[in-house]
Design a protein around this ligand. Structure first.
Ligand code: CP
Length: 369
């Protein structure tokens, strides 16, 4: 029997599937009545072990607008986690109550771990600093609606490119479309991780440059994707204090931006976009929130349909290594550091550089040259 299909990482979707999900989301926006009963009798469980406003509520609103129901919790403190229950046992339990699960967890790899125990589809709603694929789909829908295409765009990505999980997934998605150019706007301490550069951008021939100041590149951009400096991911809080206000987009800086440019932000924002930008017609971040709900409606339809059909793509065959082969993941934020019954697993990720990775948190072992 084939397994159940889950969405852990944006790489779990082909470009054709992404385009298909966006097309359904656009159809939902055009004709909401057509979909109002599509999930009657179905339930989504939203398991949020980490705070959220948009992702949790938009998943719940999405299921309700499809005629289904939502259950779940908004904080680990409201679950049996407080009594020491593992993520694996929680997910196995909840998958007996719901048809699909959206889960956010502070540990990296928690969604993959959960998916290995669930009997219904698991959608990763954010696992630590690792991945946030549904935010990326919302970003893509926003860009597509605003610019009419996902290719031949110049995209500035500004702020915390190191810890911003949405940034890594967005680059993974947008590098698949022809002719896109990227301007990475960050301080040297917060540049994109090497694996994004060497495993995603370089193999796809992505064209990119680096810039330290927004003012130096804003006039050239079609899209400016702002991000929050991720306080919760910093090991050194002094470094966070030094960098936290390094970028502030305001109405004055927007004067140099093209008329057609759009400003996106996954939200929540702290100070990186001044409120004086909010009424600018180029500010799309609240529209992006609305698109997130329509895209999640399309995603729920797709994953429930795949589950009903028993459709699950074959995983890429790869040799799995274990601790017996001499590998250990030391990432304290990896799900295996806390869920110690979960055996650590590793695979060869980048043959050219001899880089291995933890299957859960994707921590790399080895050095890019
Ligand atoms: N963009 C996003 O994930 O927002 P929340 O943390 O509010 O869900």
């Amino acid at each position: 029997m084939k397994g159940i299909r889950h969405l852990i990482d944006i790489s779990d979707l082909t470009t054709e599937e992404i385009d298909g999900i966006l097309a359904v989301a656009e159809d939902i926006m055009r004709d909401r009545a057509k979909y109002a009963h599509a999930c009657e009798g179905k339930k989504i469980a939203t398991l949020f072990f980490e705070p959220s406003t948009r992702t949790r509520l938009s998943f719940e609103a999405a299921m309700m607008e499809l005629g289904g129901k939502a259950l779940g919790f908004a904080s680990a403190s409201n679950s049996s986690t407080t009594k020491g229950e593992s993520v694996m046992d929680t997910i196995r339990t909840v998958s007996a109550y719901a048809d699909i699960i959206a889960m956010r967890h502070p540990l990296e790899g928690a969604a993959l771990a959960a998916s290995r125990r669930s009997i219904v589809p698991v959608i990763n709603a954010g696992d630590g600093g690792h991945c946030h694929p549904t935010q990326t789909l919302a970003d893509l829908l926003t860009i597509k609606d605003r610019h009419g295409r996902l290719d031949h765009l110049t995209i500035g990505i500004c702020g915390d490119l190191k810890y911003g999980r949405t940034v890594h997934s967005l680059i993974n998605a947008l590098t698949r479309y022809e002719g896109n150019r990227f301007v990475m706007i960050s301080p040297p301490e917060l540049t994109i991780p090497n694996y994004v550069r060497y495993e995603i951008m370089e193999p796809r021939g992505a064209v990119w440059s680096h810039c330290t100041d927004i003012e130096d590149c804003i006039a050239d951009l079609d899209v400016l994707y702002m991000t929050r400096i991720q306080r919760e991911r910093f090991q050194d809080l002094d470094e966070y204090e030094r960098l936290k206000d390094c970028y502030v987009l305001n109405a004055e800086k927007m004067k140099a931006a093209p008329e057609h440019m759009s400003v996106l932000h996954p939200l929540p924002r702290v100070k990186e976009i001044n409120v004086d930008v909010d009424d600018d017609p180029r500010a799309c971040y609240f529209k992006q929130v609305e698109y997130g709900k329509f895209m999640r409606m399309a995603l729920i339809l797709r994953f429930l349909s795949d589950a009903e059909k028993g459709y699950c793509p074959e995983p890429n065959p790869r040799k799995i290594y274990t601790a017996a082969d001499g590998f250990v993941c030391h990432n304290p934020k990896c799900v295996t550091a806390v869920e110690t019954d979960l055996p650590q697993q590793f695979s060869l990720r980048d043959q050219a550089h001899n880089i291995y990775r933890c299957e859960y948190c994707e921590t790399r072992f080895g050095h890019y040259k």
